[in-house]
Design a protein around this ligand. Structure first.
Ligand code: LRH
Ligand code: MN
Length: 392
């Protein structure tokens, strides 16, 4: 339940309790249609991906869960994988379905004109719920590549009916503490219509399904210039924000490190999150990273990304909200804007360094990881086998 923020919680309290979920696929090789550059020491299986994710938690203290992607992270024994994660001080998080890499899905999956293909896709989604039962995960994150490339290719409305029917079958299967979080995306890989192109379409389906269905905001999935914090405020107002796939972009779905392209936008998003109670432990809002480190080292890339979210959050927590609402109420446009900018222009790195010292961590996670020799060790050890990737 999204609530009013706890006025007594200090910024340090909230930051210490922050939880940022890491994507297993960020530790594998990734790239573009032009090239996927292999990097030394890349994991060969989900066990090694989780070991790398545990390094990020070890040096940041706020990334204790790892999202899995099925079948990229398919294993014979998910309880055993969950045990491996526990031994490393982390846990398995959101389960991501994948109905975008099978030849049968060329014209769609849950929206495909052919009922046999839709059933195949629904069976995969139900299999993902079985995985959640085994891993103890709360969320099934659904993103569909489904859409069309040419006007007339298929009936836009009929595809929405197929989507609704497929989603309700999966919704019925959910356990009492399990949720569907439905991600939208404006374009790619479909270029005329995507069947879940925007927050409105995702919200419509989530409202139709029920309270265990919420919207995921991937910060790279909007038209350029979209006011994402407006979407966040609106979803929080309806208690329909399930979570974020954080990353950043200059142009399209670039999946770059969150906050690297537009740190001010990330601050504005976190400002709405603070105001809307999304950072309260029981808000039910998942803060996940969804990124690809195509050319930069992956573990430091994830550590830097977690730090970027912490910096934006710390700045948002420093907003003098009482003064802001007073200025807003008085119609003091410049005054109100200045109050927000004061927080944004505050250097919060000393505050975060203190926070880490207070958590028994090195104030500089990147330097601490570099000194650990872990990168050199995995580059040496991980020879042979198949490096993990998107398996496309
Ligand atoms: C689609 C997406 C989705 C994932 C994939 C890895 O662009 O954002 O969240 O399944 O990336
Ligand atoms: Mn995403």
């Amino acid at each position: 339940m999204q609530t009013i923020p706890d006025p007594t919680a200090t910024a340090q309290d909230v930051l210490r309790g922050q939880r940022i979920e890491l994507p297993s696929w960020a530790f594998g090789n990734s790239g573009t249609r032009f090239k996927v550059f292999a990097q030394q020491g890349v994991p060969r299986d989900p066990y090694e991906k989780i070991a790398d994710a545990a390094q990020v938690h070890r040096y940041t203290g706020v990334a204790p869960t790892v999202a899995l992607h099925i079948p990229w992270d398919k294993v014979d024994d998910y309880e055993h994988l969950a045990g491996h994660a526990r031994e490393l001080g982390v846990a398995l998080g959101t389960i991501n379905s994948n109905t975008f890499q099978d030849n049968d899905y060329m014209l769609g999956s849950v929206c495909h004109p052919d009922a046999r293909v839709r059933q195949k896709a629904v069976d995969h989604l139900l299999e993902c719920v079985d995985v959640m039962d085994a891993t103890g995960s709360r969320d099934l994150k659904l993103w569909f590549a489904d859409g069309t490339n040419y006007p007339g290719q298929d009936d836009v409305r009929a595809r929405q009916d197929r989507l609704a029917e497929s989603l309700s079958t999966v919704y019925e299967r959910l356990g009492p503490d399990q949720r569907i979080v439905l991600e939208y995306k404006l374009f790619e890989p479909s270029f005329y219509t995507m069947d879940v192109p925007d927050w409105g379409t995702s919200l419509i389906h989530c409202l139709a399904l029920g309270p265990k269905a919420k919207v995921v905001v991937d910060t790279g999935h909007h038209a350029p210039g979209t006011n994402i914090e407006f979407i966040v405020a609106s979803l929080l107002r309806l208690d329909k924000l399930g979570g974020f796939d954080f990353n950043s972009r200059f142009y399209a779905d670039d999946d770059l490190m969150v906050g690297s392209a537009d740190p001010f936008q990330l601050f504005r998003i976190l400002h709405e999150c603070v105001k809307g109670g999304a950072l309260d432990g029981e808000s039910g809002v998942a803060f996940m990273l969804d990124q690809c480190h195509n050319i930069e080292p992956k573990i430091p890339g994830q550590i830097r990304s977690v730090m970027n979210v912490q910096e934006a959050t710390a700045k948002a927590l420093l907003v003098d909200r009482a003064a802001l609402s007073a200025a807003q109420g008085a119609g003091d446009v410049l005054g109100a804007n200045a109050i927000l900018m004061d927080a944004y222009d505050t250097d919060v790195r000393p505050l975060l360094a203190d926070l880490r010292r207070g958590m028994g961590l090195d104030p500089d996670p990147i330097a601490a990881y570099a000194r650990s020799g872990y990168a050199e060790r995995i580059a040496e050890e991980r020879v042979g086998g198949n490096q993990a990737g998107w398996g496309a």
